[in-house]
Design a protein around this ligand. Sequence first.
Ligand code: SF4
Length: 264
Amino acid sequence: MKVLIYDIKRFAIHDGPGIRTTIFFKGCPLGCWWCHNPESRKDEIEHTKKINRLDSKSFTVETQTGEYRSVGNLMTEIRKEKVFMDESGGGVTLSGGEPFLYYEFVEELLDVLKLENIHTAIDTTGYASEKIFSQVAPKTDLFLYDLKYMDDDLHLKFTGVSNKLILKNLEYLHNKQIPVIIRYPLIPGINDDDNILQMKNYLLNKCPEFKEIHILPYHNIAAHKYLQFGVENKMQHQPEPSKKQINDVRIVFEDAGFKVKIGG
Ligand code: SF4
């Protein structure tokens, strides 16, 4: 079996503990307005053109995004970094897009990684059927789990899907005592109002063992990628959060007993 991968990041230090190899699956069932990886959204190979400038000259560079890869092919890449993973307490992170789109492949890859004693993390939206989620999750050492909006109508508006399944799957992980780090994208004017207290209260009530949260401040460095991939950019004029605002959110969670990190 082969699936569509759009990037492999080596020596990653923001996608879980230690030094990691992060595999990016191409395709995502969500359509977050603030997505900074628009190239991850379509589950198909994309050919695009980009203009690079050097001094006064312009060059058009054609690029292909996405390549079909097998578990064996990925393991060849991963094994090259194993010594760094072992020394740093790192491992492999499956990211995207949404890895659960390719759950059969992900299961196969997790099985091989476990056999080779490599720590695994899945960076996920949590948007997968309960059946698929409960089939794959116990094979994973750690989840990096996005929590974007507690209000279901607003979640639907800004991401294109309901949050019901996402919350159910998060509670499943809590019940099964599978380690989770929450990831909260902080988008000014979108999900930085009552949502923060609602998230805090939800976590304290429903998932009290999950005590680490990473705040991911919105940044607009992906604007050029929206043009390149022909994706509508609904947040062209969106401001980034100030240092004060980021710190205020940090304090809300720290005061409630969370370990907080800014960034991934
Ligand atoms: S879940 Fe992630 S990859 Fe998918 S649209 Fe949202 S931000 Fe982009």
